[in-house]
Design a binder for this molecule. Structure first.
Ligand code: HEM
Length: 395
């Protein structure tokens, strides 16, 4: 457990900074090839299920797409389909079992005796993640060394894209004068994938669910995309996205109404603070009710409704989702510990929503309304009844 806790600290001080660096717009741009590749894979998966005549269950396809994309950003472009499936399998097993291990944080000396089996299970699970991660780290290291020794002349931008591992391999602890070891790198990769995949794929499912439930909003979005992209193009390109203001409004409204996490990670109070006559003592643990904020009727009129126009109507003062000017909603947290990948997540949501709506008409399964009931699954709030749809190619 000590290993686990020290990695949590590493995650804060180093992992966070590095995640921010590699998610800088200039690094993100070099992944456009991978995004296009993942979009093709996602479309093939959706179409092959639609072709069977059965409704399409989107969740697994969306999760797979996000695992694929973030695995490439983490381990480099050479990870293959089989490896992605393995990464997804071990990451999800760890994620869905994580609640069982919280208790091990308390009195480790005692739990090592009375909960010996659970400790074994925890180490086993951790080992299975490392067994998948470490060969990928070594493979990436080799690719990088080969690229450097050949001083590769490839003009393909994606072959030079900096992966998360590259940034970790280049790191040296200033005080200890040592590099990160493989276990530490693997743990930071686990954090990267864990924090980024289910959150983004869940947000995608909620947003598409609302576009299925409200076909007039879906149609409006389609027409707005058409106005920018024009006829005859297969892809909504990344440079098109920022021109479609209704798209950003749909995504923001989706995150307001259905933030994937209803809380942020626990924070600590650094000094005694009195708020509304309540004392929050120094070192007290504190959290924020993210979902409640987005549904506050004092801030949002008719808060339960899905109305992207309300975001457009905010006007010239664009909605601030980072909480730097005001806090009306904070799906990514706010302040110093805001999600380091919030721009990337917004960008992925815009890219996939735009391209999926551009390519297909999405309809509810005959006679069914879309049920927006929620279910808490570990830290993420999912659709209780996973979305099922019919899709028809538009062109
Ligand atoms: C819609 C998608 C996403 C949502 C809603 C989301 C939301 C959040 C929230 C609420 C936090 C906690 C902030 C706090 O404690 O104050 C967080 C932290 C974090 N997120 Fe995201 N996130 C998303 C996508 C991503 C992606 C794609 C990545 C990585 C590629 C990522 C990496 C992280 C990391 C590493 C942390 C921990 C940062 C720290 O320890 O300071 N997230 N995210």
């Amino acid at each position: 457990m000590l290993v686990f806790l020290s990695m949590a600290r590493l995650g804060v001080s180093y992992g966070r900074n590095l995640t921010e660096n590699m998610l800088h717009p200039s690094s993100v741009k070099s992944y456009s090839h991978s995004r296009w590749r993942v979009l093709q894979i996602l479309r093939n998966r959706l179409e092959s299920q639609a072709g069977s005549g059965h409704p399409v269950h989107v969740r697994d396809h969306f999760q797979y797409a996000m695992f694929f994309l973030l695995s490439v950003m983490c381990y480099g472009d050479s990870v293959n389909d089989i490896q992605i499936k393995l990464i997804k399998e071990v990451q999800q097993r760890a994620f869905y079992n994580s609640h069982k291990f919280n208790i091990l944080n308390f009195w480790p000396r005692l739990t090592k005796i009375v909960l010996r089996r659970r400790w074994e299970e925890f180490f086993q699970l951790n080992k299975s993640r490392q067994d998948v991660s470490i060969p990928l780290i070594r493979a990436r290291k080799k690719v990088r060394e080969e690229q450097t020794s050949k001083s590769s002349k490839s003009t393909k931008e994606y072959e030079h894209a900096v992966s998360y591992i590259d940034t970790l391999l280049a790191l040296e602890f200033p005080d200890e004068k040592r590099e990160l070891n493989e276990d530490e790198i693997a743990n930071l990769c686990n954090e990267f994938l864990n924090a980024g995949t289910d959150t983004t794929s869940t947000a995608l499912e909620w947003i598409v669910a609302n576009l299925v439930k409200y076909p007039q909003i879906q149609e409006k979005l389609f027409m707005e995309i058409k106005g920018v992209v024009g006829n005859g193009k297969e892809e909504v390109e990344e440079s098109d996205l920022q021109k479609i203001s209704y798209l950003k409004a749909v995504i923001s409204e989706g995150l307001r109404r259905h933030p994937p996490g209803h809380f942020v990670a626990p924070h600590a109070v650094t000094q005694d603070v009195v708020l509304d006559e309540y004392l929050m003592p120094k070192n007290g643990s504190i959290n924020f009710m993210v979902a409640e904020m987005g549904l506050d009727p004092k801030v949002w009129e008719d808060p339960m409704a899905f109305k992207p126009d309300r975001i457009l109507n905010i006007g010239s003062q664009e909605l601030d989702i980072t909480g730097s000017r005001e806090i009306k909603m904070m799906p990514f947290g706010a302040g110093r510990r805001i999600c380091p990948a919030y721009r990337l997540a917004m960008f992925h949501l815009e890219y996939f929503v735009a391209n999926l709506i551009w390519k297909y008409k999405w309809k509810a399964v005959d006679g069914d309304d879309v049920d927006l009931a929620e279910k808490l699954e570990r830290a993420v709030v999912l659709m209780k009844n996973p979305l099922q749809v019919h899709i028809t190619p538009r062109f």
